[in-house]
Design a protein around this ligand. Structure first.
Ligand code: ADP
Ligand code: MG
Length: 618
């Protein structure tokens, strides 16, 4: 249903409410939308700027402030000032244990496997709630700036985010009152902002280099038929512009022979130094020298000195680029476009080093701290149906299916299927009167489920008692555009239903996906013969079960000799079943089939003549 919103200042009516693109960053967040001219544009709420620092401050009076207003409290009220919450999103304490010193606020560690919580005063907050607060602030500012309500959004996440982190981002959006239409990879958004991948005919391999405040990541993407496939990602989640600031602070401490101990006892001074260092760093992007003061301490640095201080850090990012190429089995020559993302790529030495490594000029025309949000706005425009010529698709890296008899994997959505997608199959019971059906969902390429990864398991309960093979259980898989899987099971005759949403706690890394694929290729031959044996066995077991049941129920249609002979066949089949010889099993199944066919025909004739007399069949 289309919503109608009225712009109160102009009185104009908008038929459909707008969809915005949101870059929910570790350091800064921002929103972009498609303006009436059809171009992506960042939101600048009057006087508040474009970038909203991703910081939440809980004030003593219970109020919560977000953004620049919260930043000031990082030093004066660290326990109540939450920054870098993106690092905690969808994570367990176990995941972040080694980095907990970086957080000045209290992270709860009572259960190391469940998702982290943060304690502020006497209240607990989840990273989802805190991210939700940041998103709510972004929503409010956007509504204020555009004077229209904003209910739908596309939110970006790093390419390496796993299912749990993606789901957490989506949930944060929900808490902010946003209908999150799509979770998009940051490198994909950056690429769209440069118009790369908008033409479905275009085939390209690109690298996206993203150096933000505290994190670095590089992604290699293959763009083909409008599909953005992540070939590899690499990076360092604790490397970024903050390290550049720290390097300058240390340099000033040494140059002025300041006493480290006394400084560490004076957090306000330390923070002032850090802010001055960031100011110097930004100035050195365009100037060759910076001069300033903190109190009476002179703070001077030249661009040459600065570059000397940070060159090791930049080299570290280049190592990551090398690894990303290696993982994608590519060399720098294979990369056709290099896109710069993140505020820290403004530093000229970063740009020149990256350009040298890839041996080509880099894309840097668009503001690197806005490029992801601008691309997200383009993605939202595509979703809104305003760019009919393009369809953006992703693919699922591994097959999804369920366990069938004998522990076999039955694929429902094959690997490399374009998402969103849905597919289903019908199954039945194997035992008379079976009222529950266990449905186990797996991901992977191997023929045996035990070699694959289990995603979920649930019981379809309350199937009315029927003979084996009678119930019709439809199992449907719906894989949405964010890679989240919904599984529905319905018994068609009775309407009994069950549904699960698969939110695996931990997603797979690219390396794990790759390993699963390699394993499946290496074991393909033995998997096939194993599968055939299991299928033959399952069929044989079903046959024994059905025939024995038949003889029990329909004694009057078969002679004693026939029963005796059938039992001989059955015993032969049973011993074949334990032999492990597939062909032998199949031969015995055929023999029984052949021998018992007349019984069934006799029964059928009887049933038909009963029906003709207008009686119901038993
Ligand atoms: P994130 O993606 O982590 O939220 P951003 O992309 O917003 O981060 O980048 C923030 C970083 O960019 C900060 O370390 C900031 O100091 C740095 N930065 C911003 N402008 C410049 C500039 N002109 N030169 C160098 N670094 C800059
Ligand atoms: Mg970013």
């Amino acid at each position: 249903m289309a919503k109608i919103s009225i712009n109160l200042t102009t009185g104009s009516v908008q038929k459909e409410d707008i969809i915005v693109g949101i870059d929910l960053g570790t350091t800064n967040s921002l929103v972009a939308f498609i303006n009436p001219e059809g171009n992506p544009q960042v939101i600048n709420d009057t006087g508040k700027g474009v970038l909203v620092p991703s910081i939440v401050h809980f004030q003593a009076d219970g109020n919560v402030v977000i953004g620049n207003d919260a930043k000031a409290f990082l030093i004066s009220d660290p326990q109540n000032t939450i920054f870098s919450v993106k690092r905690l999103l969808g994570r367990s304490y176990h995941d972040i244990e080694n980095h907990k010193d970086l957080f000045s606020y209290k992270i709860i560690d009572d259960d190391t496997e469940s998702l982290v919580k943060i304690m502020v005063g006497d209240k607990f907050y989840t990273p989802i709630e805190l991210s939700g607060m940041i998103l709510k602030e972004l929503k409010d500012r956007t509504e204020h700036a555009l004077k229209t309500s904003v209910n739908r959004a596309v939110i970006t996440v790093p390419a390496y985010f796993n299912d749990s982190q993606r789901q957490a981002t989506r949930d944060a959006g929900k808490l902010a009152g946003l209908d999150v239409l799509r979770i998009v990879n940051e490198p994909t958004a950056a690429s769209l902002a440069y118009g790369i991948g908008l033409n479905p005919e275009e085939e390209k391999t690109i690298a996206v280099y993203d150096l933000g405040g505290g994190t670095f990541d590089v992604s290699v993407l293959k763009i083909q038929n409008g599909i953005f496939e992540v070939l590899s990602t690499n990076g360092n989640t604790f490397l970024g512009g903050d390290d550049f600031d720290r390097a300058i602070v240390n340099y000033w401490i040494e140059a002025n022979e300041l006493d480290r101990n006394s400084i560490s006892e004076n957090p306000e001074f330390m923070q002032a130094l850090r802010l001055k260092a960031e100011e110097a760093k930004i100035a050195l992007t365009t100037q060759n020298i910076f001069n300033g003061f903190v109190d009476t301490i002179p703070c001077e640095i030249t661009r040459i000195k600065f570059e000397e201080l940070i060159s090791d850090k930049i080299q570290e990012t280049i190592k990551c680029c090398q690894n990303a190429l290696k993982d994608a089995s590519l060399t720098s020559e294979d990369i056709q476009e290099v896109i710069m993302v993140g505020g820290s790529t403004r530093t000229p030495l970063v740009k020149s080093t990256v350009s040298e490594f890839f041996k080509k000029p880099v894309h840097d025309k668009i503001n690197p701290d806005e490029v992801v949000a601008l691309g997200a706005a383009i993605q939202s425009d595509i979703l809104a149906g305003n760019r009919k010529d393009i369809l953006l698709l992703d693919v699922t890296p591994l097959s999804l299916g369920i366990e069938t008899m004998g522990g076999l994997m039955d694929v429902i959505i094959p690997r490399n299927a374009k998402i969103p997608t849905k597919a289903g199959r019908q199954y039945t019971t194997s035992i008379d009167g079976q009222v529950n059906m266990k449905i186990s969902v797996y991901q992977g390429e191997r023929d045996l489920v035990k070699e694959n990864r289990k995603l979920a398991e649930f019981d379809l309960k309350g199937i009315p008692s029927m003979p084996a093979g009678f119930p019709k259980v439809d199992i449907n898989f719906l894989l949405n555009a964010d890679g989240i899987l919904k599984v529905h099971a319905t018994e068609v005759r009775s309407g009994v239903k069950q549904e699960v949403e698969v939110k695996p706690t931990y997603g797979l890394t690219d390396a794990e996906v790759e390993q699963m694929l390699i394993d499946s290729i290496q074991h393909a031959k033995e998997d096939v013969s194993q599968r055939m044996l299991i299928e033959a066995r399952t069929e044989g077991e079903q046959m024994v079960y059905t025939v024995e049941r038949f003889l029990e129920k329909n004694k009057s249609y078969v002679s004693d000799e026939e029963i005796a002979e059938t039992n001989i066949f059955l015993n032969e089949l049973k011993s074949a079943l334990s032999s492990g010889d597939k062909d032998h099993i199949l031969k015995k199944i055929d023999e029984i089939n052949e021998f018992t066919r007349p019984f069934a025909e006799r029964l059928m004739d009887q049933a038909i003549s009963t029906a003709m007399k207008g009686k119901t069949i038993d």
